[in-house]
Design a protein around this ligand. Sequence first.
Ligand SMILES: [Zn+2]
Length: 636
Amino acid sequence: MVMINKGLGLNANIRVLIVFLFIGIFCICVFGSDRDEGTDFVLVKNGKPVCCIVVSENPTPSARVASLELQYHVLKMTGAELPIKNDAEPVSGRKILIGDSRLARDLGFKSSDFASQEYIIAFRPDTLILIGRDWEDTEVNRRELGRPMNCGNTLADTRQKIDYWQTVGMPLRSQGEIELPGVYDDQGTCYAVYHFLEQFCGVRWYGPNEISVIIPSQSTLMVKGRDIRRMPALKYRDALWSGFWPFMQKQWGTVSRAEVFLFWRRLRLGGEKWAGNHTFHKQTIEKYFTNPEYQAKGSGSGTQLCYTHPELIREVSQMADDFFDGTKDVPEGWKAVGNYFAIVPDDNLKFCRCERCSELISSGRNMWTGQFSSGRMSNYIFSFVNAVARELQKTHPDKYIAALAYWEYALPPRGFDIEPNVSIAPCLHTCYYAIHKEMFENDMTLYHDWLKKAKAPVFLWNYYHHPMEAGLGGGFKCFPNIMVHETAKIMRKFIEDGIRGIFICGEQDMLEGYVIAKIWDDPTQDVDAMLDEFFRLYFGNASEPMKKFYLQIEQIACNRKNYPEPYYKPNGIDWKNVAWTTLGTEERMKELGELISQAQSLAQIDAEKQRVQQWREALWDWMVKGREEYLLQSKK
Ligand SMILES: [Zn+2]
């Protein structure tokens, strides 16, 4: 977003220069500054509110939260409380219109005129308009069926309720619970307010709790700008960081679930309704596919089905029909939401051994890659996916079957095309890309093959679970896999390639998590500028050593040379034994330890001290302990 401003400023400057040559210096100063930065709007003057917020008498869940968020942040920033009025009462003077209202309509702004996820920040004389497409709280909308990817079993589960003022640390102002806009519901008005607070007021949400939020202090709040109308670049943004994994958890410190719920909205995570995950498994089979004829022959019985069975194909396509007609929800344990109905087999390779299935399976025997992502089951699985998709075309040509390209069916099938209404989501090992050539190349080959073949929107499942998951499961502490530059680069490529949405499996550290969310929103953002800004705002006096500490870990983790054989394997990494031998060496640990000590002695104010301490516990103490434990174990 910083870039947007720069771009506009430059063009305007060139225009100003040309005008300068023709008209003369005085005119240009006035005209030029106006063209340069747009219109002034004063919210607070010397600690006193000089405008009010106006919402509809019946605001959408998005507009309700958006107005509170603006009121709270301005209050924290300036000490002034902007009154929130509704459009049924008389309003005069300078105002900020949030979401639909009578006044916004009079100026030509209507939420339903915006595309899904689109919003505007508009400057008019004495009026600022913050509005976008919002989900409307109607009975019909509440009846929408679906089993989303995250946040619970139903769409209703994604509309979490919080006590807003309690959540932001001002319980005395509590007005009881409010419902947040659903994670996957339209909330363009919230996006407009969050974009406004970031770009025009300097607010930064690096984490969910007070210590991880930057709210600059000032007694006068005046903004200047031009209209911005846009939407996030990536449409489905599923990285609902929760602090469940050690780094983010400790870097954030104590957080409540309500703070996390609000944080997802502030980072504009969620977005379009998409879901794709295993749908055939014990839970759904025991309840809904009990017909003995459907069961996989052989050891997979009970978790896999006979995916060539014509009646099964008919039954599954009927489920999709019913779901899209809105007459019958998919069973619990299934995934289907919005325009996407997922079909993905259970997470094992015990496929049916009947004659029909065996023949298709054996047709893929030459499609082994030697990597986890391979293709021996691709012809088999995508024959089934295609068969269901063909049935769905007859009744709902505008809807999609969502399928994962995963494990032994990661490659596109050979000998036949994929149906145009199959929306594919390749599962990619993003967390290996900096260091593992073969895995990267294998992933890129299948990814580009799918891009060529797919006619429906393509989504991605991005792995960020290694090495942390291997460590948590294997009882060792991994070397922190910080790869923020590599991550930003690949995310940018995915967006440029037209990927519609990304689901992230795993949790990086809090800063990389933040950068991912920002790049997804606007891939033109400069990562180094974002990192510089973070370290400066977050650690203040201690910023230099903290930045060095972080970037040094990244350099170590992302250097292919630090993963020699035998730790480097053709299809993976021995994470346990590489961590404290060739990554976290004695010498490097000494340097990193010195940087942390420097940071601790430089930190002056309480917030700096607390943040350095939390990062120290999250990353440095983890590393020291990991190395100690490893060395102790190796001696035994
Ligand atoms: Zn079979």
